[in-house]
Design a protein around this ligand. Structure first.
Ligand SMILES: [Zn+2]
Length: 270
């Protein structure tokens, strides 16, 4: 049974790793869309400035033509004024001249404010372009890197799923079924390490009698609280290798566990 429990612990480790890979796979599209959004925002800001600059320049050209036209009108008006004979026509020409001056003044004011705007936009555009290109570069790099990481995670997860299947196929079907069912119920969190009488999954203290029984690692036991498969974490056979300063301590008793529960001999409690 100890061997089966060891296999289950190995399966649990692989399920944990699959969980970590699943997180990478799940996070991938979100990370990519975030960086794409940053690029699109930078591009939007750049394009908006570029369009505004283009519009300002176009309007400036129109105003330039308008001013030329007004100048021609004013000249024509002056010529007509020299030829006028009656009062009514004279007043009409004066009024026309006023209108032209008014329109010239408006066009000049608009030209001045547009020139300032054109200069401002010309000033911010190179920075906006740099930001846009940097965001694009960053996005393309992150996308490439993330897709590669997701592909690796998918391959790794698939190989672990295969290894889990293979391991389960090599275990007594009833026990394998028990593991699979528990894995389904607990979403891959199947095994509960027990240390000092406390379930490592749900933190509940298990009854002493149950703990004594568990320490033999002779049968599959469920935590009375969370119903996960329990194992005694400090079993001497599973203790991590002792540090090299005490070589004689590295000779751990292999094989059968002691029938009665004793305080774990190894102090290597990590
Ligand atoms: Zn528990």
């Amino acid at each position: 049974m100890q061997e089966v429990i060891e296999k289950f612990i190995g399966l649990q480790k692989m399920e944990d790793e699959i969980g970590a890979f699943a997180k990478i796979i799940e996070d991938g599209p979100r990370r990519i869309s975030q960086s794409l959004e940053a690029w699109e925002t930078a591009k939007g800001e750049h394009d908006e400035s570029a369009l505004a600059l283009e519009a300002a320049r176009k309007r400036l050209r129109e105003l330039e033509l308008d001013l030329l036209k007004f100048k021609e009108l004013a000249t024509g008006n002056k010529v007509r004024m020299t030829k006028v004979t009656d009062d009514k026509s004279y007043r009409a020409i004066l009024s026309e001249a006023d209108k032209i001056r008014q329109r010239v003044s408006e066009a000049e004011n608009e030209t001045l404010s547009l020139m300032a705007e054109e200069e401002r936009l010309r000033g911010i555009l190179p920075e906006a372009e740099t930001r846009m290109l940097e965001a694009q570069k960053a996005h393309l790099a992150l996308e490439k890197e993330t897709l590669a990481a997701v592909a690796v995670a998918e391959a790794e997860a698939a190989s672990r799923r295969k290894a889990i299947e293979e391991t389960l196929a090599g275990i007594d079907p009833a026990l394998a079924g028990q593991y699979s069912t528990s894995s389904r119920i607990h979403d891959g969190r199947t095994m509960a390490p027990v240390r000092d009488g406390t379930c490592g999954a749900c933190r509940m203290r298990i009854p002493p009698q149950l703990f004594n029984e568990l320490q033999t690692n002779e049968k599959l036991m469920l935590c009375p609280n969370c119903a996960r498969l329990m194992y005694w974490l400090d079993h001497p056979a599973w203790a991590p290798p002792a540090p090299p300063e005490e070589p004689e301590e590295t000779k751990k008793p292999k094989g059968k566990a002691p029938k009665r529960a004793k305080k774990p001999r190894s102090s290597a409690g990590a």
